[in-house]
Design a protein around this ligand. Structure first.
Ligand code: HEC
Ligand code: HEC
Ligand code: HEC
Ligand code: HEC
Length: 154
């Protein structure tokens, strides 16, 4: 009988610990934890609010640069989005106002990102070997001596 009481006390303490853990956990674990997986779901909207998207998409420049957009749309770069070459809208315009100059990369490296001859590129995609393309090497304006970046086909 004496032993049974000891066992009972140990069980009681164990039960108490379990209750404290369960009740304590419900206070400590954030509300949205586990809603959709092993993470705090509220963190997703919080991170989205902290990092508004910088890119505006292919049409986002046309409102203010309609002439240039028209030139681009007619040329062979029609499917190249402005932001690919100039950088994201968010660095240039915020809430409809121009806040900073837009980057312009005039170097041949920009063109080379897409047009430098690389064996892995689809053979039909227009590519040039820089050293062979221009006899005597590139001039002071690089590729822009001959090509218009917005409508490059000669
Ligand atoms: C293939 C890359 C490329 C794309 C795509 C592109 N641009 Fe450009 N853009 C350039 C380069 C390079 C220059 C510099 C041209 C020069 O100095 O001759 C330039 C110049 C400009 C300028 C003039 C800056 C000045 O010196 O006056 C504006 C404005 C501009 N781009 C806007 C746009 C807009 C808007 C779009 C989309 C409709 C666009 N660009 C698409 C590469 C690009
Ligand atoms: C709210 C209007 C507005 C929007 C939207 C806008 N721009 Fe501009 N941008 C301007 C103004 C104003 C200037 C300065 C005058 C000019 O050169 O036309 C300018 C200038 C530029 C220049 C020349 C460099 C400089 O900053 O002076 C480039 C390149 C350019 N914009 C590219 C873009 C691209 C690419 C987009 C889309 C991702 C874009 N802009 C969206 C208004 C706008
Ligand atoms: C983001 C990738 C990209 C960049 C950067 C880029 N281009 Fe292009 N370019 C293209 C695409 C896509 C085409 C259309 C290819 C097609 O029609 O198959 C094209 C077409 C061309 C053509 C016409 C080829 C033809 O025979 O039809 C020329 C010339 C050209 N680009 C030159 C340039 C120059 C010069 C620069 C740098 C100022 C440049 N490109 C930057 C993607 C790019
Ligand atoms: C001296 C003038 C000149 C310069 C500078 C120049 N190009 Fe060209 N490019 C041409 C001519 C002319 C053609 C069209 C003839 C042809 O198809 O080879 C052409 C065609 C192209 C084509 C299309 C090739 C194809 O297979 O359809 C691409 C891409 C191109 N150039 C990219 C560039 C790049 C990138 C640069 C800078 C590294 C550059 N060009 C500098 C004159 C020039």
């Amino acid at each position: 009988m004496e032993h049974a009481r000891h066992v009972f006390r140990v069980l009681l303490v164990l039960l108490l610990v379990i209750v404290v853990v369960i009740v304590g956990r419900s206070f400590l674990v954030p509300k949205s934890f586990g809603m959709y997986g092993n993470y705090r779901y509220d963190n997703v909207p919080e991170q989205m609010a902290a990092r508004p998207p910088l890119h505006g998409g292919a049409r986002s420049c046309a409102d203010c640069h309609d002439e240039r957009s028209a030139v681009l749309a007619k040329g062979s770069h029609a499917r190249v989005s402005c932001e690919v070459c100039h950088g994201p809208l968010g660095r240039h315009v915020k809430d409809g106002d121009v806040v900073a100059k837009m980057a312009i990369d005039r170097s041949p490296r920009l063109c080379g990102n897409c047009h430098r001859k690389i064996d892995g590129r689809p053979p039909k995609f227009p590519q040039v070997v820089f050293e062979k393309h221009v006899e005597g090497g590139l001039g002071p304006k690089g590729c822009l001596d001959c090509h218009d970046a917005h409508s490059p086909k000669l």
